[in-house]
Design a protein around this ligand. Structure first.
Ligand code: ADP
Ligand code: G6P
Length: 355
C-alpha cells in the first residue's frame, strides 16, 4: 500500500468471515502494543469498538446501511455490499487518517438496529476489522497494511460446531444450513478480498493425518507479499531458499502426528510471496523458543519475545498451533511497521532490521 504517511494514523485492515478468529487476533495484536483494548467507557454498552492507549479497533458491521429488518425485507445478507455504506466508511476512515474525529454509527448486534453514533477520535493505530475492509477500492487505498484470515470451509465448520453446537445448543443441521446459506455471498464478496491482502493466514486441515476432517490439528500458512517498503517477510533458516523442517526430536517434544514446517517462495494471485507453513501442534509451548530461534525477520525486540507473547496468552484459541504463532508474529511486524513509519516522519535514523 502506498498511502502511509499522509496523516498520523496508521490504518490496518483485518478481513475475515465472522467466527473466524478476528477478535482473538485483535487481542494478540493489542497485547503486543502493550495493553488490552477495552470498550469505550461510559458509552453505548453495545458498542463494537475497542480502545487501548495506542489502538482503536472498529468493527465494520457499524457501516451496515440496512438493519436486520431491512436486510430481511430486501432479501440481502450482511455480506452483500448493498447492505453496507461504503461511502460513509471511506469518508470516516479517511477523516480519521487525516486526524479528524468522526461520529461513527453503531450496529447493535443484540437488537439488529442502528443505534445513535459514537465519537471516535483519531488513534495512533486504527484497525478496521470485519467482512469488507478491502472490498471498496477507496477504503483499500487508505490501508497501510492489510490482513486476510482465510479459514478453509472444513475448519470453519469444525469451529462453528464447537461454538454453536457445544456452547449454544444449535443442531448440526441448522449449522450446516446457515453455512450453506452464507456461502454464495461469501464467495462473491468476502473471499476475493484476499488477493489484496499484504499477509494472509490460511488455515487448513492437517496433512499429517491421512483424510483428517476433524479440524483439530491444523496446517497454517502465512502468505507474505514481497517488495513492501516497511514489511520484510519472515523466513526460516535462509532467506529465499525452500525448506522443509521437522523440528521434533531432542529439542522439541512432539506427540502424534508431529510438527512440520515449510518455507519457500510462491506466487499468490499473480504476486510474488513467501510462505511460512506450520502443520501440527506444540505439546509444550515453552519449547516454541527452539522454533523461534530459527526464524528471522520476526521483528522482536528481544530474544524469545514471540514465545513470551504466546505463553502469556496460552488460554486464547490457537495458542498451540500456527494460528496463534502467525497472529503473534504479524502483531510484532505491525509494531515494527508503525515504528519505522514514525521514525521516517520524525527524521530519526532507522534502526537496522532487527531479529
Ligand atoms: P470473530 O471475531 O471473527 O467472530 P473470534 O475470535 O471471536 O472470531 O472466534 C470465534 C470462535 O472461533 C472462538 O470462540 C473459537 O471457538 C473459534 N476460534 C477462533 N480462532 C481459533 C483458533 N485459532 N483455533 C481454534 N478455534 C478458534
Ligand atoms: C453481522 C455479522 C454477520 C452476520 C450478521 C447477522 O453483520 O458480521 O456475519 O451474518 O451480523 O445478520 P442477521 O441478518 O442474521 O441478523
Amino acid at each position: 500500500c502506498s498511502a502511509a504517511g499522509r496523516g498520523d494514523t496508521l490504518v490496518i485492515g483485518l478481513a475475515a468471515d465472522s467466527g473466524c478468529g478476528k477478535s482473538t487476533f485483535m487481542r494478540r495484536l493489542t497485547s503486543v502494543f502493550g495493553g488490552a483494548a477495552e470498550p469505550p467507557k461510559g458509552g453505548n454498552p453495545d458498542s463494537n469498538t475497542l480502545i487501548s492507549d495506542t489502538t482503536t479497533v472498529i468493527c465494520l458491521d457499524d457501516y451496515h446501511a440496512l438493519d436486520r429488518t431491512g436486510r430481511k425485507g430486501k432479501g440481502v445478507s450482511a455480506l452483500d455490499p448493498r447492505a453496507n455504506d461504503f461511502d460513509l466508511m471511506y469518508e470516516q476512515v479517511k477523516a480519521l487518517k487525516e486526524g479528524k474525529a468522526v461520529e461513527k454509527p453503531i450496529y447493535n448486534h443484540v437488537t439488529g438496529l442502528l443505534d445513535p453514533p459514537e465519537l471516535i477520535v483519531p488513534p495512533k493505530i486504527l484497525v478496521i476489522e470485519g467482512l469488507h475492509p478491502m472490498f471498496d477500492q477507496r477504503v483499500r487505498e487508505l490501508l497501510d497494511f492489510s490482513i486476510y484470515l482465510d479459514i478453509s470451509s472444513e475448519v470453519k465448520f469444525a469451529w462453528k460446531i464447537q461454538r454453536d453446537m457445544a456452547e449454544r445448543g444449535h443442531s448440526l443441521e441448522s449449522i450446516k444450513a446457515s453455512i450453506e446459506a452464507r456461502k454464495p455471498d461469501f464467495d462473491a464478496y468476502i473471499d476475493p478480498q484476499k488477493q489484496y491482502a499484504d499477509a494472509v493466514i490460511e488455515v487448513l486441515p492437517t496433512q499429517l493425518i491421512p483424510d483428517d476432517n476433524e479440524g483439530k490439528v491444523l496446517r497454517v500458512r502465512l502468505i507474505m507479499k514481497e517488495g513492501l517498503k516497511y514489511f520484510k517477510p519472515v523466513y526460516l533458516f535462509d532467506e529465499g531458499s525452500t525448506i522443509s523442517w521437522i523440528p521434533c526430536g531432542r529439542k522439541l517434544t512432539c506427540s502424534y502426528p508431529g510438527i512440520k514446517f515449510f518455507y519457500g517462495p510462491d506466487t499468490y494471485f499473480g504476486h510474488e510471496v513467501f510462505v511460512l507453513e506450520m502443520d501440527g501442534q506444540f505439546d509444550r509451548l515453552a519449547e516454541l523458543i527452539y522454533v523461534e530461534s530459527h526464524l528471522s525477520n520476526i521483528s522482536t525486540k528481544f530474544y524469545g519475545e514471540v514465545t513470551q507473547q504466546m505463553l502469556k496468552h496460552s488460554d486464547f484459541p490457537g495458542s498451540n498451533n500456527g494460528t496463534g504463532l502467525f497472529q503473534t508474529i504479524i502483531g510484532l511486524k505491525i509494531r515494527d511497521l508503525w515504528e519505522q513509519i514514525v521514525a521516517t516522519k520524525t527524521g530519526a535514523p532507522l534502526e537496522a532490521a532487527k531479529a
